[in-house]
Design a protein around this ligand. Structure first.
Ligand SMILES: NC(=O)c1ccc[n+]([C@@H]2O[C@H](COP(=O)([O-])OP(=O)(O)OC[C@H]3O[C@@H](n4cnc5c(N)ncnc54)[C@H](OP(=O)(O)O)[C@@H]3O)[C@@H](O)[C@H]2O)c1
Length: 339
């Protein structure tokens, strides 16, 4: 596979933010975009033409199903609301494509399991688009932790607050579109905890709901083997710093706000002057995950060791448990979106 042809499924906010970052992804091109409407597909292609000059014009499909038949599409980036991830990812995998599925991977744990099973059964690549894990400074942090710089990790603590005006029609709040703080923000905090502590053995959550029943705030305590814990809080109705710390027996690391796309961490070790690591991201920071998918596809890998599917499943399980405790039930669509 020389140049990887990407198909972008969905034309909303994240698709429009990510697309210009293809300028930083070598040996990749946007081959096609899919939408429920020709107007939206054409609009995203227009953005590709203006931000990726010199690249061939992507095809604009007004049907998600038809893009899956395109032989120029090797991998599909799923950039729709959460309940639509499952049918799109399953259709892409059925057509033999690799998938990069935006966070949250699916709206339910069962849905996430179905996508993972489909990819594994077919021997095809799948990954959740947790861009944070691929950012250069986060890779430096992982190396520092693996090298034992802060000793044994005992806990992580952090928040991700994003104050947004409540709009029940918006993807962020609409229950039909997988709205709520957990699927939108909690996924990052839980992902961070799972990445450093593994799958928790117990989840305790408490939270509040918006008037339409989706979660506005959730506080979580994750208990992990070896008396290790994660204390996490997320909110869509209050602002907060977006900090995260990893704490260990010989020090701690602060991931400076906002922790899901940092450019700076500070390593504090006992008896040593704090050490600052700075590493800028390319573009808006999304190229790194696409580069990783390209590397995996060229090496014939079906999963990324940096963002493995078992971690995605663990995160999904925690989210489902937390949501059950605060009284929220989500669903995954069965049918592909259509106009
Ligand atoms: N990694 C990040 O930094 C980041 C940031 C924001 C969001 N996200 C994730 O990206 C995904 C999309 O979020 P977003 O903020 O881009 O959402 P959005 O602005 O609402 O856009 C979603 C797009 O999905 C398509 N879609 C397909 N079926 C749909 C349906 N039934 N209802 C509504 N739209 C439908 C629409 O495109 P068409 O009209 O063309 O079909 C729509 O424009 C979510 O998984 C979200 O968590 C990630």
């Amino acid at each position: 596979m020389d140049t990887i042809g990407w198909g972008i499924a969905g034309t909303g906010r994240i698709a429009r933010t990510v697309l210009p970052d293809f300028a930083h992804v070598p040996e990749a091109r946007v081959a096609a975009v899919a939408s429920r409407t020709q107007e939206h597909a054409d609009s995203l292609v227009g953005l590709a033409e203006s931000t990726l000059p010199g690249q061939p014009r992507p095809k604009a499909y007004s049907s998600y199903a038809r893009m899956m038949e395109d032989p120029d599409v090797d991998a599909v980036y799923v950039a729709t609301p959460h309940p639509q991830h499952k049918p799109i990812a399953l259709a892409a995998l059925a057509a033999g494509k690799a998938v990069l599925v935006e966070k949250s991977f699916a709206a339910t744990y069962a849905g996430a399991g179905q996508i993972v099973a489909a990819a594994r059964d077919r021997g095809l690549f799948a990954m959740e688009g947790i861009w944070s894990r691929f950012l250069p400074v986060i890779r430096e942090m992982d190396l520092a932790v693996e090298a034992g710089e802060i000793g044994e990790v005992t806990s992580v603590q952090g928040d991700l607050f994003a104050l947004r005006d409540f709009d029940p029609e918006d993807r962020l709040f609409n229950p039909q579109l997988g709205g709520g703080a957990t699927l939108d923000l909690g996924v990052y905090a839980i992902n961070f905890a799972v990445g450093h502590l593994g799958c928790p053995i117990r989840v305790t959550a408490s939270g509040s709901l918006f008037p339409n029943g989706v979660d506005s705030d959730v506080a979580m305590l994750l208990e992990h083997r070896g008396q290790r814990t994660a204390t996490l809080a997320v909110s869509l109705r209050a602002d907060g710093p977006g900090r995260m710390t990893i704490n260990g027996t010989n020090g701690w690391i602060e991931v400076e706000p906002r922790f899901h796309h940092p450019s700076r961490i500070v390593v504090h070790r006992r008896g040593v002057i704090p050490q600052v690591h700075e590493a800028p991201q390319m573009g808006r920071g999304y190229a790194h995950e696409f580069i990783e998918v390209g590397r995996c596809l060229r090496e014939g890998l079906t999963e990324s060791a940096i963002m493995p599917l078992d971690d995605t499943l663990a995160v999904s399980k925690v989210m489902q448990s937390a949501l059950e405790q605060v009284g929220v039930t989500h669903h995954d669509d069965e049918e592909l979106p259509h106009g």
